[in-house]
Design a protein around this ligand. Structure first.
Ligand code: FES
Length: 123
């Protein structure tokens, strides 16, 4: 797995979630209790952007319909989402945030985006 340097640590302060990219892969990067977490940016309910959500005690909250996702596993802790979001491993070193992505994770994240694009097109 390759780790990508995506940001300075200060760009993701405590309690904040930000939208970032590794190539074409869009990720939500959040800091809770000092630890940085990274997931696919697309909610598994209806693809709302998790970077528009909120960092809570329980997990990352999707602001569209209120599902909360576990930071470490990506599992939904509350409905309506029923499927986990892909989670990316994170390292924080020397004031930088690094996110690990392999082919399988990148594919999972891009599939969400492809599905979203298809739904957006007129029949
Ligand atoms: S799109 Fe996230 S809860 Fe509905």
């Amino acid at each position: 797995m390759e780790f990508h340097d995506i940001a300075r640590s200060g760009q993701v302060p405590e309690g904040v979630v930000r939208r970032m990219f590794v190539g074409e892969v869009e990720i939500a990067v959040a800091r809770h209790d000092g630890t940085v977490y990274a997931t696919s940016n697309y909610c598994t309910h209806l693809d709302c952007l998790l970077s528009s959500g909120k960092v809570t005690e329980e997990g990352l909250l999707c602001s569209c319909h209120g599902s909360v996702f576990d930071y470490e596993t990506g599992e939904p802790l509350s409905p309506p989402a029923t499927r986990p979001v892909p989670v990316f491993p994170v390292r924080e070193e020397n004031g930088r945030i690094l996110v690990g992505i392999d082919e399988k994770l990148a594919k999972a994240a891009l599939q969400r985006r492809a599905a979203r694009s298809r739904r957006g097109k007129p029949a």
